[in-house]
Ligand binder design. Structure first.
Ligand code: CTP
Length: 504
């Protein structure tokens, strides 16, 4: 204790607190006697910091608060209650969350497994921090062939843990505390071996012991060779883990590290993993607690076993809206026709083919506060779907008898009970965009309509940007051309304002 007080005084006297903190922080730790060092270690562990950071925090407090400030008590971990742990001081000022609306200071334990994708996990540390997370890392023995504990620790701002039988780690924190002092455990990359160990409940290394000991949600980001992913043993282990309540993000499809190998097995991108992680935590944001239904993509109306009626919708806009609503804290059900875009993280996706299936899934998703109908639903389906492939007829093309599909938006907007508070449609127009969209809003009975010009020269259908006119009962507002993600963000802000009772 004496040694620490001495350091605080000298830092104050120096008047150069950053310099003093940087230099004296490490000098102090080395020169402290064993008893003080032990107390400092316990206190650092209780506050979730390295010993040097703990000294820096003490110095920062002393230098910033002025001469009258009292040194903080050094308290053994077992006496440091939950309240004390809540009041963590984050000394990493350069790593404030990028998104001010992001949840603040949730804790993620990132277990890095031994695969080439481990290098992406270093970026994942940053992406989680961008969302307000304090990240602590465990590296398996295999992971250390790909990334170093030093790199992970430097990015996380606290030493990375590696060894179940390391006396210092067990003394500092211990595997049980590692398992509990977190809001979420993320395993990335989750290798085939890690999945097998988890499914079998093995605890012969730090990662296994922590995964077995934790009672917090676990998110896996699998990454492995496509054949290893497809292997019966891996799929069996995965099914067991999912049945045990473990959540999974990815893997994605694409090229593998091995030349010429491609398929399902690439680890999800760090941004996707960070979003999926955020979705597992208590919802925060302007739509927290709201249930939102979104339809997206085209529908496919079968003609015979090999042909169908479709349209050019990519699903990009609807999926972006679902993602933005989820990021704003909503509980989102996305009813999607066949699309190539990935499922947005943190969203419940119901995949359908036809308009009838889309209507049934949308009705099933109710009640909801908000429903956004971004799908390009096929207006017609063939009256009689042929069971066998229709053959060409001599001389003339065959006429298809069509019947009209149900109008999903109009059906939900006209519901007597269970109608969402805010029903929002799209109007895909090629002529008289605003006039047609105004008429469509009234005909369909929705509250707002987002009109866009889908003439081929606009590139909106299938493209990445959109030009929207927001039409409400009382106003028409034309938004500048912007990305579909930006449109989604703007719409979600408007929805949140409307739910708060403010006008659109
Ligand atoms: N919509 C729907 N069900 C349908 C057709 C359309 O839910 N069977 C929804 C779309 O998701 C969109 C809105 O209705 O929100 C308008 O779709 P649009 O394709 O612009 O209009 P249509 O109703 O198909 O009318 P038209 O083709 O005559 O313009």
């Amino acid at each position: 204790m004496i040694a620490l007080i001495a350091v605080q005084s000298s830092a104050r006297m120096a008047g150069q607190k950053d310099f003093a903190m940087a230099r004296l922080g490490s000098l102090t730790v080395r020169r402290l006697d064993a008893r003080i060092k032990q107390q400092l270690r316990l206190r650092a562990a209780a506050n979730g910091r390295s010993m040097e950071d703990e000294v820096r925090a003490i110095l920062r407090g002393a230098a910033g608060a002025g001469a009258e400030s009292r040194p903080e008590m050094i308290m053994p971990a077992e006496f440091a209650g939950a309240e004390r742990r809540e009041q963590k001081v984050d000394v990493r000022e350069d790593r404030r969350p990028a998104d001010p609306a992001a949840p603040q200071k949730w804790r993620v334990l990132l277990i890095i497994g031994g695969g080439i994708a481990a290098y992406k996990s270093l970026d994942l540390i940053r992406r989680l921090q961008d969302r307000g997370a304090r990240v602590r890392c465990i590296l398996t023995a295999a992971a250390q062939h790909f990334v170093t504990p030093l790199a992970a620790g430097a990015l996380a701002g606290e030493r990375a843990f590696t060894d179940l039988f390391d006396a210092q780690s067990e003394f500092d924190v211990g595997h049980i505390r590692l398992a509990r002092d977190t809001d979420l455990v993320v395993v990335a990359p989750a290798t085939a071996d890690l999945l097998a160990k988890m499914a079998g409940g093995h605890a012969d290394d730090l990662a296994g012991a922590v995964l077995l000991a934790t009672d917090r949600p676990i998110l896996l980001a699998p990454a492995m060779n496509p054949r290893m992913w497809a292997a019966k043993a891996t799929q069996r282990n995965l099914a067991q883990l999912v049945a045990d309540g473990v959540r999974v993000v990815g893997p994605n499809s694409g090229e593998m590290a091995e030349r010429g190998e491609a398929g399902l097995g690439r680890m999800a991108e760090p941004l996707e993993i960070a979003a999926a992680a955020a979705a597992l935590l208590p919802k925060q944001g302007p739509l927290a607690g709201a249930r939102v239904l979104v339809t997206s993509g085209p529908t496919h109306e079968p003609i015979d076993p090999v042909r169908f009626i479709a349209n050019r919708s990519s699903g990009k806009q609807g999926h972006a809206i679902a993602a933005a609503a989820a990021a704003a804290g909503a509980d989102v059900v996305l009813v999607s026709g066949p699309v190539d875009v990935p499922d947005p993280p943190g969203v419940t996706v119901v995949k359908v083919e036809t308009a009838n299936e889309m209507l049934a899934a949308a009705e099933q998703a109710l009640p909801a506060e908000v429903a956004v109908f971004a799908a390009a639903v096929a207006d017609w389906r063939v009256e009689q779907v042929s069971r066998s492939k229709i053959k060409k007829q001599e001389g003339r093309p065959r006429a298809l008898a069509l019947v009209e599909n149900p109008d999903i938006l109009a059906t939900i907007a006209h519901l007597k009970s269970n109608r969402p508070r805010l029903v929002i449609g799209f109007a895909a127009e090629t002529d008289d965009v605003v006039a047609n969209a105004k008429a469509k809003r009234i005909k369909k009975g929705c509250d707002w309509i987002l009109a866009n010009d889908v003439s081929p020269e606009t590139g909106i259908m299938g493209g990445d940007s959109n030009t929207i006119h927001l039409i409400t009962a009382t106003s028409v507002e034309s938004w500048p051309p912007q990305s579909k993600d930006a449109v989604a963000g703007e719409l979600v802000e408007r929805i949140a304002a409307a739910l708060r009772g403010e006008e659109a």
